[in-house]
Design a protein around this ligand. Structure first.
Ligand code: EPZ
Length: 457
C-alpha cells in the first residue's frame, strides 16, 4: 500500500450516526455553564489561596483553559466535575499562541495577571467561525484602569507603569454590553485602587455568577445583572469554594430538542429566570411548559412558526439562535429569525437545507417555511451551536444522518449523545478511518473495534 494510502488509512473522521424520527421521553440532565466556568477558572489567578470550583462541565474548552493556567503556574487538581486551583506563584505571564488561538476565553487571563503581577502578554485570539470577535472594549477598559497596552506581532502586551504597580479605579462606558469585556474589567477592577463604575455593562447571568464568586473571595461588587456595576477595589482576595450555575444554553438546547421531536421531556436542573425569553417563544410556538421546582417539563405536539430576534440578555440569546432555527424548519407556517449579535452566525442554514429545510437568508435575517418532514443526510457542524442545531434537526429527520465536526460539539456539550440516548434517541459516535477498521465507541466511550478489511483498491 503506498505511503499516501497508508497516511490516509490513519485519518480519523469522528462522526455521529443518528437514527431520527423518534420521540424522546424521560429526562435530560443539565450540567454546569461552560461560559461561566471558563471565566471562574481564570479568576483563580486573582488570589494566592485555593479556589475549589464544582459543577464544572467536562469539555475540551475547560481542558484548554486549565492547560493555559498551568503554564502560568497555577497548581490544578481535577476530579470529574470539581477542579481545585491554586495560583500561589505566577511563574509565566506569556501565554502560548497555540492554546490561546484555540480558546478565545483565554483572554480572560489578562485582567487578573495585570492585577496580580502588573503585566501580561496574550496573543490576539483572532476571529472565529461566527465573526471577527474584536477585543477593543476589553482593551479600552484595561487602559482606562491605567494599564499600558500595545499590540506587536499579534501579541497584546499589557503592563502597569505607575509606582504603585496597581490599576486605578475609574468610570468605563461600553459602546456595546460585551459579556467578555464586562468580565475582563470586573476581574481587573477587583484589586484596583479605588472605585470603578461600568456603564452599559452586560447583564448576562454569567456576569452574576462571576460576581457571586468574586464577592465570596472578598471583592466588593454591586449591580451585577444590571447595566451599571460598581467595584470597590480591595488589597487582596482570598480562596473559596464555588459551584458553577446550570448551563442556560445547554438547558435551552434540550428544551428545543423536546420541542423538535414532539416529546414530553423533563429538563434540569435550571434557573428558570435565565430562560425567560426562550420559554416565551416556545410557548408562543405551541409548547406546554410546566415548572417543577428547578426542573422544566416541556410537552410538544403541534409547533407553529414564531419570529425571533437575538440580542444582549435578556433578549433571545444568540447561542440558541441556531437550535431554534432547527425547530422552526419543522414548524407549521413561516418564521423569521434575525441575528443581531454576531455577523456570521448563519452557517447552519446550508446544513439544515441538506435535510430538506426551506430557508432564505437575506443579510442577517433567515426566512423559514416549515416543512412536514426532514430527511436524514450527511452533515458537518461549523461551530459549537450550529453543530447542536443539526443534531436536533437530525433527531427529528426521518432516517439516518451522519454528522461530522464533533470537535466543535465537544467544546460545549458534555456527553451529548449519551444524554439523548438516555432519553430514547439512537445516536452512535464512530471514529471512521477512510480505510481499515471502523472504530465504534460504546456508551462508556471504550472502543469496540470491528475490523473491516480495506476494500480491494
Ligand atoms: C460570550 O462571548 C460567550 N462566550 C458567547 O458564547 C456568547 O455568544 C456571547 O458572549 C454573547 O452572549 C463566552 O462567554 C466564552 P460579547 P463574548 O463580547 O464575550 C462585539 C458560545 O457559543 N464586541 O458579548 O465574546 C462582538 O464582536 C459562545 O458558547 C466588540 O465589538 O461576546 C460581538 O459582535 C459563542 N468588541 C458582540 O460584541 C469587544 O471588545 C458580542 O460579543 C467585544 C465584543
Amino acid at each position: 500500500m503506498s505511503s499516501v494510502l497508508k497516511n490516509i488509512k490513519n485519518i480519523k473522521t469522528p462522526h455521529l450516526e443518528v437514527k431520527g424520527g423518534r420521540p424522546l421521553s424521560g429526562y435530560l440532565e443539565v450540567g454546569g455553564a461552560k461560559n461561566s466556568a471558563l471565566v471562574l477558572l481564570a479568576a483563580s489567578l486573582l488570589t494566592q489561596e485555593t479556589i475549589e470550583i464544582s459543577n464544572v462541565p467536562k469539555l475540551t474548552d475547560i481542558d484548554v483553559m486549565t492547560e493555559i493556567l498551568q503554564k502560568i503556574g497555577v497548581k490544578i487538581s481535577k476530579n470529574v466535575h470539581k477542579i481545585n486551583l491554586r495560583a500561589q506563584y505566577i511563574q509565566n505571564v506569556d501565554l502560548p499562541y497555540e492554546l490561546v488561538h484555540s480558546l478565545r476565553a483565554s483572554f480572560f487571563c489578562i485582567g487578573p495577571l495585570l492585577s496580580r503581577v502588573g503585566k501580561a502578554k496574550v496573543p490576539l485570539p483572532g476571529g472565529c467561525e461566527i465573526g471577527a470577535r474584536p477585543l477593543d472594549e476589553h482593551i479600552k477598559g484595561l487602559k482606562a484602569l491605567g494599564a499600558k497596552i500595545f499590540i506587536e506581532g499579534g501579541i497584546v502586551n499589557a503592563y502597569i507603569s505607575n509606582k504603585s504597580n496597581r490599576l486605578k479605579g475609574t468610570k468605563i462606558i461600553f459602546k456595546y454590553p460585551s459579556v467578555g469585556a464586562t468580565e475582563t474589567v470586573l476581574m481587573a477592577a477587583c484589586l484596583a485602587k479605588g472605585k470603578t463604575k461600568i456603564i452599559n455593562a452586560a447583564k448576562e447571568p454569567e456576569i452574576k455568577d462571576l460576581t457571586n464568586m468574586l464577592n465570596t473571595m472578598g471583592a466588593k461588587i454591586k449591580g451585577a445583572g444590571t447595566s451599571e456595576i460598581t467595584i470597590e477595589g480591595v488589597d487582596s482576595l482570598k480562596g473559596c469554594s464555588y459551584s458553577v450555575m446550570p448551563d442556560r444554553i445547554e438547558a435551552g438546547t434540550f428544551l428545543i430538542a423536546a420541542a423538535i421531536t414532539r416529546s414530553n421531556l423533563l429538563i434540569g436542573p435550571v434557573i428558570i429566570d435565565h430562560l425567560t425569553s426562550l420559554l416565551k417563544k416556545l410557548k408562543e410556538s405551541g409548547c406546554k411548559i410546566l415548572k417543577e421546582g428547578c426542573f422544566i417539563r416541556l410537552i410538544a405536539k403541534d409547533i407553529k412558526g414564531v419570529d425571533i430576534t437575538t440580542g444582549p440578555y435578556p433578549a433571545f440569546p444568540t447561542d440558541l439562535q441556531a437550535p431554534f432555527m432547527a425547530l422552526m424548519t419543522t414548524a407549521n407556517g413561516t418564521s423569521t429569525i434575525k441575528e443581531t449579535v454576531f455577523e456570521n452566525r448563519m452557517q447552519h442554514i446550508s446544513q439544515l437545507k441538506k435535510l430538506g429545510a426551506r430557508i432564505i437568508l437575506t443579510k442577517n435575517s433567515a426566512h423559514i417555511q416549515g416543512v412536514n418532514q426532514l430527511d436524514g443526510s450527511i452533515l458537518e457542524g461549523s461551530d459549537l451551536r450550529s453543530s447542536a442545531a443539526i443534531i436536533l434537526a437530525s433527531l427529528a429527520a426521518k432516517g439516518k444522518s451522519t454528522i461530522y465536526g464533533l470537535n466543535h460539539l465537544d467544546r460545549g456539550y458534555e456527553n451529548l449523545e449519551q444524554k439523548f440516548n438516555n432519553a430514547g434517541s439512537h445516536i452512535i459516535r464512530k471514529n471512521q478511518t477512510i480505510f481499515g477498521k471502523d472504530l465504534k465507541f460504546n456508551q462508556s466511550g471504550a472502543e469496540d473495534n470491528q475490523n473491516i478489511e480495506p476494500k480491494a483498491a
